[in-house]
Design a protein around this ligand. Structure first.
Ligand code: SF4
Length: 313
């Protein structure tokens, strides 16, 4: 069921390739991150920082979630993600405890892991049921090329923070590795990444690639054949994150605001909007066409697929 109301901190539920229908919770102003990854689907980082702060009021976030649940909202996961790095928020632990008090829907934290050297960040992250940190580079040079860290982010400290968190954490650790052809897909690079990933003993390793328009236009997606060749080199063997499939619940109309909230967070195809909001393909296309005619979204083609994104994103 959709509430039809525009939200400030919640988005979706979106169609996630690994989490099913995932309600996103965004704790940061647009594009506030410790990294500026060349492949980021939110565009370039505008606030590149390692300074943690209470970017948005925790009570307001939880009140919005409570309202959404009260109106019949359902999802497979509640995911802390969005347009920046969630561990930058100093109220992360409070948010995760607050979600647990409101609902049994499992929580997931998508993080780049660069703040895991801080004990308070590891303690907060450990409250999530699933934590999905990123590891795209096996050495400082590749890290600089692909992840473009904020001043003060040290590669060795980042790696050690990931190892410490992995050793302490009792939930499900899923490691995400983003393959950018020409930067981190050489046989040596994959071997080194596989060795580092194995040390973390993740429950899952997931390979991702630029299936959505990336921050930098030179980034191209790896082909399915490339990913299939890389996947078995990891322990456990990596999963190539497959296209999301779900049953569509027919709905003839959709609030344009809901669609706009989704597209503002990340570029979406018509299918993404249809699956994410549980509406028909034709309703999703109609909403995107209407928003496009109003100039609220821009249509663009990436890797042969048609995406819609917010202007300036
Ligand atoms: S991909 Fe994640 S970690 Fe990288 S810049 Fe975007 S939000 Fe930050």
């Amino acid at each position: 069921m959709q509430t039809g109301l525009a939200h400030k901190y919640l988005f979706g539920p979106v169609a996630s390739r690994r989490l099913g229908r995932s309600l996103g919770v965004d704790l940061l102003p647009f594009k506030t991150c410790t990294l500026d990854c060349v492949y980021c689907e939110c565009g370039r980082t505008t606030t590149l920082t390692t300074e943690r702060a209470a970017f948005v009021p925790v009570n307001d976030v939880l009140a919005e979630l409570a309202e959404w649940l009260k109106s019949g909202g359902t999802a497979d996961f509640i995911t802390l993600a969005g347009s920046g790095e969630p561990t930058l928020h100093t109220g992360l632990a409070e948010v995760l405890r607050g979600i647990r008090a409101l609902t049994n829907i499992p929580t997931c934290l998508l993080t780049n892991g660069t703040l895991f050297h801080l004990p308070e960040v590891r303690a907060a992250a450990a409250l999530a049921d699933v934590v999905v940190p990123s590891l795209d580079a096996p050495d400082p040079l590749t890290f600089a090329r692909i992840n473009r860290p904020a001043p003060g982010v040290d590669f060795d400290a980042y790696l050690q923070g990931l190892r410490t968190f992995a050793a302490e954490y009792r939930g499900a650790l899923w490691l995400e590795i983003f393959i950018v052809p020409g930067i981190n897909d050489s046989p040596e690079c994959i071997r080194a990444l596989a060795a580092q990933a194995a040390e973390l003993h993740p429950a899952k390793i997931q390979l991702n690639t630029a299936v959505r328009p990336p921050a930098e236009s030179f980034v191209r997606p790896a082909t399915p054949a490339q990913l299939a060749a890389i996947a078995p080199q990891f322990t456990p063997p990596a999963e190539v994150i497959a296209s999301f499939r779900a049953t569509l619940h027919e709905q003839t109309s959709v609030a344009l605001d809901e669609v706009l909230q989704l597209v503002r967070r990340r570029p979406c195809t018509v299918h993404d909007v249809a699956h994410g909001l549980s509406i028909s393909f034709s309703a999703a296309r109609a909403a995107l066409t209407e928003l496009s005619s109003r100039g609220a979204v821009i249509r663009e083609v990436h890797a042969g697929l048609e995406f819609y994104r917010a202007p300036g994103a």
